[in-house]
Design a protein around this ligand. Structure first.
Ligand SMILES: [Zn+2]
Length: 366
């Protein structure tokens, strides 16, 4: 796995809440236990292990759900998640999160996102750029941040971060629309798109369609969790919508594969996640191999690095060994992801340069 550290990487499918560090979870869960909010002994062993069952995964998500009702914790988690990705040489990160509303503690979708942005501003292990070049961040940022979008000089390691707001499949059309409007408001501080996620057996495409259509008309990028369960009607409707990317694409039938391939919609592939959630029975039958062989655009991603105990290096390592990819192929796979980021041409150009100069350093390539 170590060898993939030196390759720059792009992460396009990472949920903020699923990417929390185990050590942070342990610390925060202990505090909740002391306060009597949870039974600490009930979650301690789940946090400590790294091969969680699906049942245990859901248990962790329940815990994270309680933790993320606190603005300060959201800020801390965001900072740590960005720094963790940066530490494994992720140079561009799209972080997605579902803005939460909780009247009883005075949390609005906007204040939730403000806490996330505070986390981005707090990143100090690496230089962070999270605002588009032409942005006017208004009262969100002090002048120093507006000028450069970074928090320190230009000589240190750098990570680009962009945010996607997720619409949860439990939401109504109105709630989904509220999320899209918030995304539009927060564009100056690096919100670039909308994701549709959540329990795939809940909700109807027609409920979210108006909000997604509006988002696209307003110029936001769209990615959809698509085909996590067999649902041909919804999969067809999602592909017809022409999102800029989709996530997973696990339960596709012949017709849907045909359509996906002819439309060339890039797929965010999350190997460990698909196996852990029993969506795909084994790596041998995973669609990565076929899509890769026909040169369909795809991007390796973690989904929930914390909860599934993985990392982007780990996912590249799995792909390399399961599908016999060499260093050259892995480098190319990582580099190709640049073309599918939801960022402007200037960012893409800079990312290509980062990959090109890395190639010169990676002696195995030449
Ligand atoms: Zn996901």
């Amino acid at each position: 796995m170590e060898q993939w550290l030196s390759v720059p990487k792009v992460e396009l499918h990472a949920h903020l809440n699923g990417s929390v560090r185990d050590s942070t979870l342990l610390e925060l869960a202990r505090v909740l236990g002391e306060k009597g909010v949870i039974d600490f002994s009930d979650v301690e062993h789940v946090i400590m292990k790294d091969d969680r069952s699906l049942h245990e995964v859901f248990k962790l998500f329940d815990l994270i759900h309680i933790l993320t009702t606190d603005h300060k914790i959201i800020t801390r988690i965001t900072k740590e998640v960005v720094e963790d990705f940066a530490s494994e040489n992720v140079v561009y990160l799209e972080l997605r999160t579902t803005p939460k509303k909780n009247d009883s503690i005075g949390m609005t979708k906007r204040s939730y996102m403000e806490a996330v942005v505070e986390g981005l501003k707090a990143v100090n292990a690496v230089d962070i750029n999270f605002m588009p070049h032409d942005a006017d961040a208004g009262d969100f940022m002090d002048s120093q941040h507006i000028k450069s979008g970074t928090c320190n000089g230009a000589t240190r390691k750098k990570i680009y971060v962009r945010l996607l707001l997720s619409i949860d499949r439990r939401e109504t059309t109105e709630a989904a629309m509220e999320t899209v409007k918030l995304a539009l408001e927060l564009r100056p501080i690096g919100v670039v798109g909308i994701d549709l996620s959540g329990n795939p057996i809940v909700g109807e495409w027609s409920t979210f369609f108006p909000a997604l259509k509006f988002a696209r008309e307003q110029g936001l990028y769209i990615t959809l969790h698509c085909g996590e369960i067999p649902n041909p009607k919804e999969i067809q409707a999602m592909l017809d919508f022409l999102p800029q990317r989709i996530g997973h694409a696990c339960c596709f039938e012949e017709e849907e594969w045909k359509k996906l391939k002819s439309l060339k919609i890039p797929v965010e592939i999350c190997l460990t996640s698909n196996i852990r959630t029993d969506t795909i029975s084994s790596l041998d039958v995973h669609h990565f191999a076929n899509l890769y062989n026909v040169k369909h655009p795809l991007i390796l991603c973690t989904d929930d690095a914390g909860v599934f105990s993985t990392s982007l290096c780990g996912e590249y390592s799995i792909a390399a060994s399961a599908y016999g990819l060499g260093r050259r192929e892995i480098y190319q796979l990582a580099k190709d992801a640049v073309e599918f980021v939801f960022a402007d041409d200037e960012v893409k150009k800079d990312l290509r340069e980062i990959f090109n100069s890395a190639a010169k350093m990676l002696d195995f390539l030449f």
